[in-house]
Ligand binder design. Structure first.
Ligand SMILES: C[S@@+](CC[C@H](N)C(=O)[O-])C[C@H]1O[C@@H](n2cnc3c(N)ncnc32)[C@H](O)[C@@H]1O
Length: 275
């Protein structure tokens, strides 16, 4: 069979299984099975596909039908123009989080702390964009920290990126110019309504702190001032309805200027708190 025939059959199977974006996913899975970049798949669609690549593609399509995210099947995700390894122990980096990167890159910083680093996508992107900066990525999950360390090495950033297991600030020493975090923020009673790709495949530690979804912000607001240099800044990703509550936590913790920034669709997405 040619790549085009395999692709068409996979789009039909994924569509029948209710997978949104079936053509896009089928193309990415075929590219992975063939070992080519997704944008090059069109060039080789007319060619016959060998038995090994076909078996790999069929296996990948079966995994997707079981709702496994494409990033976990292919083992990676592009974020801010760089490739990050993704596993079942890490949150799949989201395009929304690029808004946090944009807000951070508007500021000057030499040292950065990333709380709940996951794949390391936030910390490592900031260090790659600021070659003079160095930083620390912390996470409660040792398995996620292993992935982040591997991503640092793959991006040639291991000399400027350290990683540490810590329950928010509990094991963090020192002060930083910038503290960033995309913490778990889904409320416990919202978990059942998530897409199966998220609810059944991504680590619950990365999705929800339980309760009302604000506990991670409470911990970060409590400890941030003691870990910032004078004039330092905290930049956080938030859920779209959480802006006022998170802003209030930082105002109560004594931060002088707290602003809520919307994303391009006008939904609250970022809180910036300055000392
Ligand atoms: C929403 S994910 C964000 C991952 C990554 N920073 C990103 O933006 O893709 C939240 C991360 O916080 C970590 N985490 C959860 N509870 C934590 C805690 N108490 N202390 C430190 N990290 C925690 C999770 O393991 C997960 O990696």
């Amino acid at each position: 069979m040619t790549g085009a025939e395999l692709l068409a059959a996979a789009v039909r199977r994924l569509g029948a299984a209710g997978i949104e974006g079936a053509p896009r996913d089928a193309r990415r899975l075929l590219a992975h099975a063939l070992g080519v970049a997704p944008e090059r798949v069109s060039l080789i669609l007319p060619d016959p596909v060998g038995p090994a690549a076909r078996a790999a593609f069929e296996a990948a399509v079966a995994r997707r039908i079981a709702r496994e995210p494409v990033s976990q099947i292919t083992g990676g995700r592009d974020f801010y123009g760089r490739r990050f390894r993704v596993t079942r122990d890490t949150l799949d980096p989201r395009p929304e989080t690029e808004a946090l990167i944009a807000a951070a890159l508007e500021r000057r910083f030499g040292t950065v702390l990333d709380l709940g680093t996951g794949t390391g996508c936030i910390l490592l992107t900031l260090l790659a964009e600021r070659p003079e900066a160095e930083g620390l990525g912390a996470d409660l999950s040792p398995a996620a920290l292993d992935v982040a360390r591997g991503n640092a090495a793959a991006l040639g950033l291991e000399a400027r990126a350290r990683f540490l297991r810590s329950d928010w600030f509990a094991s963090i020493e020192g002060r930083f110019d910038l503290i960033v975090s995309n913490p778990p923020y889904i409320a416990a009673d919202e978990m059942a309504g998530l897409a199966p790709e998220v609810r059944d495949w991504e680590p619950h530690l990365a999705l929800t702190p339980g309760g009302d979804g604000l506990d991670a912000y409470r911990a970060i607001a409590d400890g941030a001032a003691a870990h910032l240099v004078p004039g330092g800044t905290v930049i956080l990703e938030i859920g779209a309805t959480q802006g006022p509550s998170v802003a209030e936590l930082f105002e109560a913790a004594g931060f002088a200027r707290v602003v809520i920034l919307p994303d391009l669709d006008g939904r609250d997405r970022i809180v910036v708190a300055e000392t």
